[in-house]
Every structure is written in structure tokens, then in C-alpha cells.
Design a protein around this ligand. Structure first.
Ligand code: GAR
Length: 200
């Protein structure tokens, strides 16, 4: 093992295109972090196949099956210790973590949000809904933000942002795809490398 490598856990809930961008950036953009674990709260998440195909340990912790957020976070905490995780990345993880959990991992949880915070963020703004709201408001620029996670949903310190144009004829799906391609898939690996190489 290369010394100085930070051990990262990626938390997912769905398709996992951001996870794929992270996995593909190993050895190029990401040089000081190792993706040691993928955790999904959804047993049907395609992201789990991406982890398996990349040879990364992956497991499902279902909040529904565990019965409560507390039980979910306790199980997650044990896994993070077991895998000696240094920091977490939320990559399309659709569950809000408790203030107790985020305090324990202060400045050690990154999230990607598909808008330019403070626009179109906070409770209820996730996935396609964010792009629906941007189109409804008629903004000409949107983008993506990587930020540290604290007790306020999408309220933690901003690390990186990238703007993306809204084009005539955009649908939420088209806009989502452009934001992913032009911003999210680039920003998240860059942010991981930044944190792994400088902040810890
Ligand atoms: C991404 O657009 C991500 O930014 C967003 O969900 C999508 C997940 O896609 N996350 C949020 O809205 C969190 N508030 P992916 O599973 O293909 O990476």
C-alpha cells in the first residue's frame, strides 16, 4: 500500500454515475485516496454493480430493515471503523444524516449537490427535483457544488463549484445530464483529491 493514502467510503442510493466517475479517476485525478468501501442504503442500487466491477468492497445497510436512522448510523459507524475510513463521500446518497453523526465526522463528509448552492438546495431538493426547480425559475446558469456536510442540509462549507448553462428546450433530464457531464463527474474526483492531499 502507498503510504499517505486516505481511505474513503462512498455512500450511494441509486445509479452511481458519480461513483463511476470517482472509480475512473483512481490513479489519475485521485492520487492520495483509496476507495476502500461503498455503502448503499438501497439494495437495488445499480451503484453496487459498479463497485463490484471495480473490485471495491460494497455492502447494503438498509434503514428500512435496520428500523431507524439511529440503528442505520450505528451500523454504518461500525463499518467505517472496521474499514479504517478517513472520510466519507455522499455520491447521490438520498438520506439526511443526523446532527450527531455529522458532528462526529465534522469536515470529513463531502457531498455533491446538482445546483449552485445556495440556489435550489436544502430539504426536498434532490435528484431531478433540483433541475425541475431550476427550469421552473428560469435561471440561465446552474451547476454543481461540492461541500462539507454539517447539520444543515446542503449548508456546510463550500469546497468547489462549477457553472453549467441552461439551454433553450432543456428538460429536467437533459439538464441533469449536462450538469453531470460538465460539472459533477469532474468536481467530485477533484474535491476528493483536494481533501485527501491537503485538508487532513
Ligand atoms: C446526482 O445528480 C447528485 O448530484 C444528486 O443525485 C444524483 C445521483 O446520481 N444528489 C442529490 O441530489 C443530493 N441532494 P448518481 O447516482 O448517478 O451519481
Amino acid at each position: 500500500m502507498v503510504t499517505g493514502m486516505k481511505r474513503v467510503a462512498v455512500l450511494v442510493s441509486g445509479g452511481g454515475t458519480n461513483l463511476q466517475a470517482i472509480l475512473d479517476a483512481r490513479g489519475s485525478v485521485i492520487r492520495h485516496a483509496e476507495i476502500a468501501l461503498v455503502v448503499s442504503n438501497n439494495p437495488a442500487a445499480y451503484a453496487l454493480h459498479r463497485a463490484e466491477a471495480a473490485g471495491v468492497a460494497a455492502l447494503v445497510l438498509s434503514r428500512k430493515e435496520l428500523g431507524s436512522r439511529e440503528a442505520f448510523e450505528e451500523a454504518l459507524g461500525l463499518k467505517l471503523v472496521e474499514y479504517r475510513i478517513d472520510f466519507l463521500v455522499l455520491a447521490g446518497f438520498m438520506t439526511i444524516l443526523s446532527p450527531e453523526f455529522t458532528r462526529r465526522w465534522d469536515h470529513r463528509i463531502l457531498n455533491i449537490h446538482p445546483a449552485l448552492i445556495p440556489s435550489f438546495c436544502g430539504k426536498g431538493y434532490y435528484g431531478l427535483r433540483v433541475h425541475e426547480a431550476a427550469l421552473a425559475r428560469g435561471v440561465k446558469l446552474t451547476g454543481a457544488t461540492v461541500h462539507f456536510v454539517n447539520e444543515i442540509p446542503d449548508g456546510g462549507e463550500i469546497l468547489l463549484q462549477k457553472a453549467v448553462e441552461v439551454l433553450p428546450g432543456d428538460t429536467p433530464e437533459k439538464l441533469q445530464r449536462r450538469v453531470m457531464e460538465q460539472a459533477e463527474w469532474k468536481l467530485l474526483p477533484q474535491a476528493i483529491e483536494l481533501v485527501a492531499s491537503t485538508r487532513l
